[in-house]
Design a protein around this ligand. Sequence first.
Ligand SMILES: Cc1ncc(COP(=O)(O)O)c(C=O)c1O
Length: 380
Amino acid sequence: MPKTSAHSSSVGKLKVERMQQIEVIQTSAPKPRPADESLQFGKVFTDHMFVMNYDAGQGWHSARITPYQPFSLDPASSVLHYAQSVFDGLKAFRGQDDVVRLFRAPAHIARLNRSCEKLCIPTLDPELVEESFHALVGLDRDWAPRLPGTALYLRPTVIAADRYIGVRPSLSYLYFLILSPVGAYYAEGMSPVKILVSEKHVRAVKGGLGDAKTSGNYAASLYAAEEAHHAGYTQVLWLDGVHHRYIDEVGTMNIMMKIVDEVITPPLSGTILPGVTRDSVLTLARDWGLRVSERPITIDEVVKAAEDGTLAEMWGTGTAAVVSPVGELGFRGQRVVINNGNTGALTTRLYEAITAIQYGRAPDIHGWTQPVRQSMSQAA
Ligand SMILES: Cc1ncc(COP(=O)(O)O)c(C=O)c1O
């Protein structure tokens, strides 16, 4: 199979001097692509994947694109026992101009590396990870759906690969990137969700791994989320792990609210994930001249604001939904209704503004999007 550089522009050649070549083995049996209307989240994967290995002697090496296929892992692989693994999640969007754009790739790569550091995983060359995004999305760009609201989801992941069941940082790792076309989150319009405030379960504590995107955090969230589902709620509102009063996050999203004229979100104090959408929303809110506070806020302050009518709106932020309006909190058996259960004006404005940038309909003044570079097969 041909060895090929990821692209052939002069900039690409410079990069290739520094970076390793990417071997490409294209599938001889492309899969049928599902109709855009049938897409959900995370169930369908594209034709190819990007893989590379790490070992202490060679560093990150053997970057390659292969047909999408299962791995063969030794049952003693340390990731299967001690969850030494990190990942990230971002999207590429096909605009009406047919350009496929990555949204905030460098921010996601920086977070992936911060997660690596916390899990004692060797960090990755950000340029090589970015190259993996462009190379794979470029090759599988036909999988980027066209229907409004749909996207191609990228899941870069690093797992510990040692065949060893002692507890220690692995000496070898696997980086892989897979792609999944995903459906429109709001195919039937934005509708506010009901959230259960958990005073019993905690997601993370100060000094722990709450600000890393690592598998164990998601395993730790399942029990409380199941309880919330059984009680008729969509997700859990996580409170801090010490006082059980300060608001941390909502499900797998960051949480924000507007009280009178103040946009409030918990600070990045180590227990919450530094969301890229959180940053985008705060940047836009500040651009628009709104008063933005990253400050601790207790559930008691929120309930009081709801009672005295000053809690104007509340929403979650995350890559999957962009923003998700919260219409009701379940707290100590009471229903705390927000904005009469309706989506707020600011929530709607933020959603419209961010999606307009993602799909290339609005000027990208912050340089958040990158058109995916020409595919290797086209460049060759
Ligand atoms: C726990 C958690 N909080 C917040 C977020 C939102 O982060 P982002 O906006 O980068 O998707 C996510 C999703 O990645 C998450 O898993």
